[in-house]
Design a protein around this ligand. Sequence first.
Ligand code: SF4
Length: 77
Amino acid sequence: MNGLADQEDLCLRFDVLTKTKQPELHRYWTQRDRAATVRLFHLAAEILHAIELGVFVPNPGWQCKDCPYRSRSWAAG
Ligand code: SF4
């Protein structure tokens, strides 16, 4: 959408590497239409605006133990 690529060529794929005894790579292609891309753009813009205003909505979980902001996060526990 920023003009750096042909929108028809833009794709998103999740590559999932299983940590099993016999590792496997699974690839899942996603499909987006223009309306979904526009919704994502607006959502990202709203979130960036909230960050600029100092809004912080914590998402505590397994990732907190390695988070560089842990000492400053009231939600880390
Ligand atoms: S420590 Fe705080 S900022 Fe870091 S992941 Fe956890 S909730 Fe988010």
